[in-house]
Design a protein around this ligand. Structure first.
Ligand SMILES: Nc1ncnc2c1ncn2[C@@H]1O[C@H](COP(=O)(O)OP(=O)(O)OP(=O)(O)O)[C@@H](O)[C@H]1O
Ligand SMILES: [Mg+2]
Length: 258
């Protein structure tokens, strides 16, 4: 077993200032789990249970209160300067809303080139070859490089967002509700694309969703989150066929037409 990511006893708090008194909220509460190389691990659970906060901790967008996050066996807060610099490229995110996540004033070509400009010193030719290759992988043609995000449908925009996440050739792709804003038929296409990309590019994926139908189709293992904790975890077939926790059973029962 080769772990890409290990999260140990992670707790994340938000300081909320309410009524002049500092109230803190525990969004992630003593979470321990790991993701193996090449695996699609899904986090499922109702709104507000802490899924996005957990992914933000992994991408260093929020700082944990306690606990450890190991990436390639190295604590992400104890990386060497070189590892620290490389880390953002190794862990990339795709977000729920492909309308707000792509800058409306940038052409697709510039959107895809920006991460390469920021993170690499590759030649112009090399950048352009990477962009062409990624576009092909996500099923878009080169003609879109000259267009703006508003000229695309939601599904195509999500392909563009995935392409942007892939240009740096990340090890871990975190997809936070990447299909929730899309129509059902388009959802299926994007899910199939992620499955395909995992195979082609040797990707490891942390997939966040409240939609168990989608998760069942995509995930190798599932962690069920409730109130900041992973209350149950198992391989996908076992979660669906032999759920242990009442909460998991209710979640499965409330999912439409499984
Ligand atoms: N920036 C913030 N400041 C204060 N509280 C926050 C912040 N972000 C999230 N929270 C709170 O932390 C808890 C966990 O939120 P989080 O966004 O991680 O949940 P989630 O599982 O991703 O929900 P959803 O399915 O709606 O996206 C919630 O109670 C939320 O209100
Ligand atoms: Mg969220």
């Amino acid at each position: 077993m080769d772990n890409l990511l290990e999260v140990k006893n992670l707790t994340v708090e938000y300081k909320n200032i309410k009524n002049d008194s500092a109230v803190s909220l525990t969004a992630v509460d003593d979470v321990t789990f790991h993701i193996e190389k090449g695996e699609i691990y899904a986090l499922a659970g109702e709104s507000g249970c802490g899924k996005s906060t957990l992914s933000k901790a992994i991408t260093k967008l929020v700082k944990p209160k306690t606990g450890e996050i190991l990436f390639e066996n190295k604590n992400i807060y104890k990386q060497s300067p070189a590892q620290k610099k490389e880390y953002p490229a190794k862990v990339q995110m795709v977000f729920q809303n492909p309308y707000s996540s792509l800058s409306p004033k940038m052409k697709i070509g510039d959107i895809l080139q920006e991460p390469l400009d920021i993170n690499t010193k590759y030649s112009k030719n090399r950048k352009s070859a990477i962009i062409k290759n990624v576009l092909q992988d996500v099923g878009l043609s080169e003609s879109c490089l000259k267009l703006y995000p508003h000229e695309f449908s939601g599904g195509q925009r999500q392909r563009i967002a995935i392409a942007r996440a892939l240009v740096l050739n990340p090890k871990l792709l975190i997809a936070d509700e990447p299909v929730s804003a899309l129509d059902a038929s388009i959802q299926a296409q994007i899910i199939n694309l992620l499955k395909e990309l995992k195979k082609q590019r040797d990707l490891t994926i942390l997939f966040i969703s409240h939609d168990l139908n989608v998760i069942r189709y995509l995930a190798d293992r599932i962690g069920i989150m409730y109130k900041g904790k992973i209350i149950e975890e198992n391989i996908t077939s076992s979660i669906f066929n032999f759920p242990h926790e009442e909460y998991t059973k209710n979640l499965l029962n409330s999912a439409p037409s499984l």
